[in-house]
Ligand binder design. Structure first.
Ligand code: GDP
Ligand code: MG
Length: 681
């Protein structure tokens, strides 16, 4: 019988050796079967006919494999058959007593994008071994139908044929879940996909067989077959291969490991995530090192306090370790300022530009460099060790209550560093709605750019409680992010958050190189900002504070004063004066500029003199109100740009600006008015 009559459906059986494929095959086909060999090789090929209701289909028993690499004949046969013959459905026979190992193949079948049905076989063995599987949840997570069966006793076969028939009629659910490989690898996959898709010869050669994504992943995995195929079409100098070379090199520097290992680890991470959620073992069998660590770190009771401790440690290190290098930089800035001050005394405007504008502005921000780098190191380590994935796992239930998926938690924590990479990190969220909500509330997470503002103001007004006050602002950001997420879920992006697998990649020691690269990628953004945007902003503010000729520097009569007074009525109800207006206006470009504006407007000097000058403008109450406003009001320019890029529309970028402005005003108004009621000033 021909395997490919167009008017007949073809269904393939795939699975690990000894999972029970042949038993299922015999059950479904009865006596009607044909045994031969796969073309050109002596691997046995069994074909037969089966029926689901009135629907007849050909059934093919594929060789048993653990994986879909190109290392063995069996694996190549399975791959070629699925890609070349495009069976109408693939039944993946999974040994339920050994799900962990079996699901590895399942993830690869998912990656091939075939309509998949999982026959969860050997349920009897699983039961006697004390393995409990939540079949419904497993089906949700894999995004395909899962049918529990005991092939040896012919149990569950009717349900299986019925499900197959449903799949053939196009009525079964296939969510098209993909294993995601983490931000770094995904970025390279995207570049490779683009290189593949823009190559017509490749398009033609692989048309309809493999997706660009599948080819990209296989290339990164160093799959020889795919490399050979591309060689044949393109020759070894193909642009795709050049791209691949670069990607591999980049990933190697970050992971310090073969990219193949990283990919395999990630697939196991996907499986580990599924197993931790959907499988319960009464008796603990073999546990890997990662499993044992996870038993503690993702423990239902201990998990949350442990996470809270790590967060506390992060802020503790930031403030306490940061203090020392901060003093050195401060001394450096001061020395430099004195040097310039004494040596460049004329013309007067140049002296003022350098001392007030450049050093006063940029210097007042630069001294916070150590804190910023420490937060970035902490976040890089949390991510690179694999702990961040666990934190997301622990937070999953809370995030669901918010209407978000646990994975949304990762970009939110990254927002403590910088909202720009955090918004980009939402790419790893499968659900578009989850992604939009996570992007929109991300700017409420207090990034390191706000840190200098808190540091400056708490030093001037809350010297005894700097840590607590700063912590309260972070907390305010988190609580409002939660509230807004809930609100957006109820209004703009209605619906349930769909279950997706929380990948749990194995723990790894972060490589020093990788951590430094990640820290640098984020930290250098800040340095570049100091040298460009903040510098330019400081000079402009200096100019506005200096002009027109002859007015007292930074006085009401200066241009800055005029602008500030013009907008002052808008923030009068919040207790701010015109200098706050100027700082906030320019702070839209980058929030550190709020600090450098005060530095420049108040004529530079040491932090102590700026503190004294600030005390003349703000009261403790208005200072706190001002910090809250700075935290919440409009994302900085770079964040707005990345929101527009990631959402693909100006509309959402404008919305992010608009809603946060309104939110900031309302919250600030509330704080100020309630504060006044309780006797604040
Ligand atoms: P294949 O390698 O995937 O084709 O697996 P087989 O169909 O040859 O089955 C391997 C072994 O598992 C055989 O000894 C089967 O009798 C046994 N087996 C298959 N299904 C079940 C089941 O549901 N329960 C139990 N206890 N044994 C099974
Ligand atoms: Mg067999």
């Amino acid at each position: 019988m021909a395997a490919k009559d167009k008017d007949r459906f073809v269904v393939a059986l795939a699975g690990n050796p000894n999972a029970g494929k042949t038993t299922v095959f015999n059950n479904l086909t009865g006596g009607r079967q044909h045994v031969g060999n796969w073309p050109g090789v002596t691997v046995e090929k069994k074909e037969g006919t089966s029926k689901g209701g009135s629907l007849e289909f050909a059934l093919v028993d594929l060789p048993g494999t653990y994986s879909l690499t190109a290392y063995s004949l069996e694996e190549v046969i399975v791959r070629d058959f699925i890609a070349g013959n495009k069976p109408d459905a693939v039944v993946n026979v999974v040994d339920a007593s050994n799900v962990e190992r079996n699901l590895y193949l399942t993830t690869q079948l998912l990656e091939l994008g075939v309509p998949l049905i999982v026959a969860l076989n050997m349920m009897d063995v699983a039961e006697t071994r004390g393995v409990k599987i939540d079949v419904e949840l497993l089906s949700e997570l894999l995004g395909v139908p899962v049918v529990p069966v005991v092939a040896l006793r012919n149990r569950g076969m009717d349900e299986l044929t019925e499900t197959i028939a449903m799949a053939l009629r196009g009525e079964a659910k296939f969510r098209g879940i993909q294993v995601l490989y983490g931000r770094e690898v995904e970025e390279e996959i995207a570049k490779l996909e683009e290189a593949i898709a823009s190559d017509e010869a490749l398009e033609k050669a692989f048309l309809g067989k493999y997706s660009a994504r599948w080819l990209a992943v296989k290339l990164l995995e160093e799959d020889e077959r795919v490399e050979e195929d591309i060689d044949r079409v393109e020759g070894p100098d193909a642009p795709v291969m050049k791209r691949l070379e670069e990607s591999r090199r980049h990933l190697f520097t970050i992971f310090g490991e073969d990219i193949e290992t990283v990919i395999v680890d990630n697939r196991y991470g996907f499986v580990a995530g599924i197993v931790r959620e959907a499988v319960q073992r009464q008796r603990e069998g073999y546990a890997s090192r990662s499993d044992r660590i996870d038993n503690i770190l993702t423990n239902r009771i201990l998990g949350f306090p442990i996470f809270a401790f790590f967060m506390w440690l992060m802020f503790f290190l930031t403030f306490y370790l940061g203090k020392f290098p901060m003093r050195w930089i401060e001394a450096l800035v001061k020395g430099f300022s004195n040097l310039v001050s004494t040596n460049i005394t004329s013309p007067v405007w140049l002296h003022s530009l350098l001392v007030n504008g450049v050093i006063g502005g940029v210097g007042s921000v630069l001294i916070f460099l150590p804190q910023i780098f420490i937060i970035f190191i902490c976040i890089s380590i949390l991510e690179d060790t694999g702990y961040m994935a666990r934190a997301a796992f622990i937070m999953d239930r809370i995030m669901h209550w918010l209407g978000l998926h646990g994975k949304s938690f990762i970009p939110l924590v990254m927002g403590f560093g910088c909202n720009v990479p955090a918004v980009m990190a939402t790419r790893t969220l499968e659900s578009e709605k989850d992604r939009m909500i996570t992007i929109l509330v991300n700017p409420l997470m207090s990034c390191t750019a706000r840190l200098p503002v808190y540091a400056l103001f708490t030093a001037a007004f809350f010297a005894a409680n700097q840590g607590t006050i700063t912590f309260s602002l972070y907390l305010m950001g988190i609580i409002l992010a939660i509230a807004m997420a809930k609100l957006f879920r109820k209004t703009l992006f209605r619906g349930e958050s769909e279950p997706f697998v929380m990948e749990l990649p194995p723990y790894r020691w972060p490589t020093a190189k990788g951590t430094v690269i990640h820290m640098w990628e984020r930290g250098s953004l800040f340095l570049r900002k100091a040298g460009t945007v903040i510098l330019a902003g400081s000079v402009i503010i200096w100019l506005l504070a200096y002009l027109p000729w002859g007015v007292a520097y930074g006085s009401s009569a200066s241009i800055a004063g005029k602008i500030g007074h013009f907008f002052e009525p808008l923030v009068k109800p919040l207790g701010f004066d015109w200098r706050a207006v100027v700082a906030l206006l320019f702070g839209f470009v980058a929030k550190e500029i709020v600090v450098s504006t005060f530095g420049a407007l108040l004529g530079g000097g040491t932090r102590a003199t700026i503190s004294t000058k600030l005390q003349a403008i703000f009261t403790p109450l208005t200072a706190y109100t001002f910090m809250a406003f700075t935290l919440l009001y409009t994302p900085c320019l770079a964040t707005v740009a990345v929101i527009r890029k990631e959402t693909g529309s100006w509309k959402w970028a404008a919305f992010a600006v608009g809603y946060s402005l309104v939110l900031a005003w309302l919250v600030a108004f509330f704080i100020y008015r309630v504060g006044l009621l309780f006797g604040g000033k």
